[in-house]
Ligand binder design. Structure first.
Ligand code: B12
Ligand code: SF4
Length: 470
């Protein structure tokens, strides 16, 4: 069969992006695990329009909640042409019934164990409507199909080396979606990084791990870093802030070419962190933690969330200055979003705080889909935009770059300059995060409170307070 994989996307800025740094790993991974008897093509809607024609036998759609309406519209058009559509990913894993109104087959959870049989059944015309992908071992996974990537992605070597996270932040679907913590065999990760795939030197040089929390298992991580050190690469990933307690790990990160770490800092206030069960963070230790990474020349990218219950519009706007004070090199500023599959969703649903009239575009990370405690949804949106504009104003960007020039390694400085330049340019040209449209909207049928069976319990797993156990 001819399988067209489509990764849906909706621009989240008023005038979209001109540059596209990094692709998702989802599409190239799904293409790699597609059995060879099928012909695969791949489209990232982020960088080029997706053709809607009847040439593929099957369209495989992947999307986040914020892009669901767009993906469904695409699915409807393909189905009108008689093309069968399969959907997977973090949205449909929790919204099966909704997705089945637009697609033929839904794959929930992780695809590895079921994808070949989904395709086999489709080829025979005996497909089921729902396949439940359970977490499996990460050993033996193929190298992502980098050859299928569009050239417009500047840093194409993305990969995943681990899955899952031992923490339980209440706004995050990872503990439920990817339970436990699993690692790939190190030689297979190194194979994916060591092999030559790309035409430009920096594309060979940089490896971007799209992991949930790469460095959790310290022994495995240190061994991986030892191997990486021999490759003369630069690498980046997401990690939890507790890594700074392990000096040996930090040194190994520096030696192995780490140029950037994304930390989910989320808030500068302890009460906010406590309210979302972010127990690994200590606001008073941020400055010191960031200094330890700077001492090794590593660029600190940090996620901040607006919309915690204790926050006021003033607190949110002032965060823009406070994040520079603690030393963050590149801020990523989003709005709290109650995704189904998280404890936050269940709480907000129970307390009647979900804004049911707000459709999926409000779940893109830059919209407000719930009733904040101490301000209106409109005030939260406005405060977030104010913070974003302050954080990427020329003075704030220059302050970060000047500090970076003193503390960051060459690769880390290039990363910081590229990211700050990218967002700074958006700020001065008024290309800020777009406000999601209030109309037209679809209908989200939220389940009755308490009627949101978490994947975790279906899998016979439970949260034990520090992580996930059987
Ligand atoms: C890497 C990552 C990013 C990267 C890359 C984004 C991208 N487009 O891929 C960055 C940092 C840019 C990012 C940004 C955002 N992210 Co993000 N991200 C992740 C993360 C940590 C890993 C995703 C990943 O690549 N995994 C590895 C690949 C191989 O696995 P996978 O994508 O899950 O795909 C597997 C299955 O889902 C399934 N599958 C997926 N699609 C399909 C399709 C078909 C047809 C089939 C059969 C199977 C299938 O099979 C795959 C193999 O098992 C996840 C957490 C997680 N564990 O899912 C969050 C996550 C996906 N992100 C999330 C969010 C909310 C965002 C943001 C909106 C955050 C924000 N506030 O701005 C933005 C959106 C930006 C954008 N442009 O898309 C949410 C999505 C929740 C939801 N219901 O939508 C997640 C789940 C984290 C969370 N908060 O819970 N993110
Ligand atoms: S540390 Fe990050 S990946 Fe882990 S549960 Fe919290 S937000 Fe999710």
């Amino acid at each position: 069969m001819k399988v067209r994989i489509v990764v849906s996307y909706v621009p989240r800025y008023r005038r979209g992006h001109r540059f596209h740094f990094v692709p998702p790993v989802t599409g190239i991974h799904l293409a790699a695990i597609t059995p060879p008897e099928h012909e695969v093509e791949l489209f990232h809607e982020q960088v080029r329009p997706v053709p809607v024609d009847a040439s593929p036998d099957v369209v495989a759609l992947s999307f986040f909640s914020g892009f669901a309406r767009r993906a469904y519209a695409l699915a409807d058009r393909y189905r009108a042409l008689g093309v069968r559509v399969v959907a997977g990913g973090p949205h449909v894993s929790y919204w099966i019934e909704e997705a089945l109104e637009h697609v033929d087959v839904v794959v929930t959870g992780e695809a590895e164990a079921v994808w070949p049989s989904v395709l086999r059944d489709l080829a025979r015309g005996t497909q089921r409507r729902v396949y439940r992908g359970e977490p499996t071992s990460l050993a033996g996974l193929p190298t992502p199909r980098y050859d299928l990537l569009e050239e417009r992605f500047l840093v194409p070597r993305v990969l995943q080396a681990t899955r899952g996270c031992p923490f339980t932040c209440s706004f995050c679907t990872v503990p439920d979606l990817n339970p436990g913590f699993r690692v790939r065999p190190i030689d297979e990760v190194i194979r994916d990084i060591a092999t030559t795939h790309f035409p430009r030197f920096w594309q060979e040089k940089v490896a971007w791990f799209w992991d949930d929390n790469l460095l959790v298992q310290r022994r495995w991580a240190k061994e991986l870093l030892r191997e990486l050190a021999g490759l003369d690469r630069w690498w980046l990933t997401q990690a939890s802030i507790d890594i700074v307690k392990d000096r040996e790990l930090l040194d190994a990160m520096e030696r192995s070419g780490c140029i950037g770490i994304f930390l989910g800092i989320e808030s500068l206030d302890e009460a906010d962190l406590k309210s979302v069960d972010k127990r690994q963070n200590r606001a008073r230790e941020y400055r010191d933690a960031i200094r330890k990474l700077h001492d090794r020349g590593i660029c600190v990218m940090a996620g901040f969330i607006s919309g915690f219950d204790d926050q006021t519009p003033e607190v949110i706007a002032s965060t823009a200055d406070r994040l520079n004070e603690i030393g963050v090199d590149v801020p990523f500023l989003s709005i709290l979003t109650p995704f189904r599959g998280t404890p936050l969703y269940d709480e907000h649903r129970r307390d009647g705080r979900i804004l049911e009239e707000r459709d999926w575009p409000h779940y893109s990370g830059y919209g407000v889909a719930f009733r904040p405690a101490r301000m209106s949804p409109e005030q939260l949106l406005a405060a977030h935009r104010q913070m974003w504009n302050r954080a990427f104003a020329p003075a704030a960007v220059l302050e970060r770059l000047a500090r970076g020039a003193r503390s960051l390694s060459r690769g880390a400085m290039m990363l910081s300059a590229a990211m700050n330049g990218f967002y700074g340019l958006k700020q001065i040209t008024g290309n800020e995060p777009a406000a999601p449209p209030l109309e037209p909207k679809g209908t989200i049928r939220h389940p009755a409170p308490g009627d949101a069976p978490a994947r975790l319990s279906r899998l016979g797993l439970k949260r034990d307070g520090v992580g996930i156990s059987q």
